[in-house]
Design a protein around this ligand. Sequence first.
Ligand SMILES: CC(C)(COP(=O)(O)OP(=O)(O)OC[C@H]1O[C@@H](n2cnc3c(N)ncnc32)[C@H](O)[C@@H]1OP(=O)(O)O)[C@@H](O)C(=O)NCCC(=O)NCCS
Length: 327
Amino acid sequence: MDIERLDFSAPGGRIRGLHAAHEASAAIDDPGPRPSLIQFVLRLQGGWIPGSNETWTAGTTGGYSLLLPEPDNPHAALLRLLVVHPEHRRAGTGRALLNHAIGRALHHNRRVITAECPASGPGADFIKAMGFTMASADERRVLDLTAVPWQDFHRMRQDAVKHADDYEFQRFVGPVHDTLLADMTTLLNGMNDAPLGDLDLRHEHLDTVRVRELEDVNERFGLITYTTIARHKDTGEPAGYSRIFLDATSPEPWARQGDTVVLRKHRGHRLGLLLKLAQAQWFHSSEPYVEKIITWNEVSNKHMIAINERLGFTVLDRWNHVQLRLR
Ligand SMILES: CC(C)(COP(=O)(O)OP(=O)(O)OC[C@H]1O[C@@H](n2cnc3c(N)ncnc32)[C@H](O)[C@@H]1OP(=O)(O)O)[C@@H](O)C(=O)NCCC(=O)NCCS
């Protein structure tokens, strides 16, 4: 079987072939939103993760992408996608692609390879057969914006705001302005509290240069961001934030909930709930055609899950994060 590297500077039909294999696969076992071609490329290239990436394809039957992060996780290779077209399965292609990926990871001196797949179905069976072990699990939850009782949201917000007298809220669409860049950097690093389970990975530590790069990635790949920040009135310190992503390159009526963070010293004032209520109301009035917001929660992240369930998010499915030690 010929496995060839995809050249993103001259991708031609091969990238479309891989996207088509992914679409056909997702139609069977992924009830979530489909990435547009441009979002698919972003995913293959690991846009938000610093380092290098490789995508390899086996004709039109399938392929994989491998991210090689630097500088925080130079020991790891992240398998971002490994897909075989449903018409070509159970013929050893998945195994051949994975063995190739392991060879590339070792070539780059990585000691662990990580992957993610739905908790049940062919991906889960395959990954188990290939010797990967479970490291953590996420649930995906969806908020159906067409069925939200907005009056209840309003009441919940009025009640919660009584606990947050010392805070004020700011919001913006699109990349962060230079005047807020340092605050956003502090807030994004607040995500480093999020649980990683047993994954042999470290959180990335961000500086303002890196945050500006991330904002540029969002813009370059057609992602519109809706951001709300909570700020402590007396000190002016940033206290928390929440962000929703909308893919401007896709007509699909889905949006994606990004990070929601409340920094440690500002917890206990209902800021998490307030940020998400404010975001949902604002986003819905700005983008009324969007019907669903999808979010990922690590299963042990009880506080975030409680807030999401209060808002009416319901579980869509479960995904496992798995890893294989290479040496
Ligand atoms: C997972 C996937 C890549 C497997 O591709 P494939 O070409 O069918 O896999 P292979 O034929 O190489 O299978 C290798 C072994 O995995 C296991 N396996 C694969 N699919 C399986 C299934 N549907 N049920 C049970 N075991 C399965 C078997 O042990 C198989 O060996 P065997 O055929 O000798 O019994 C493919 O089903 C797919 O694209 N799924 C959707 C995307 C996904 O979940 N990717 C995994 C994330 S890393």
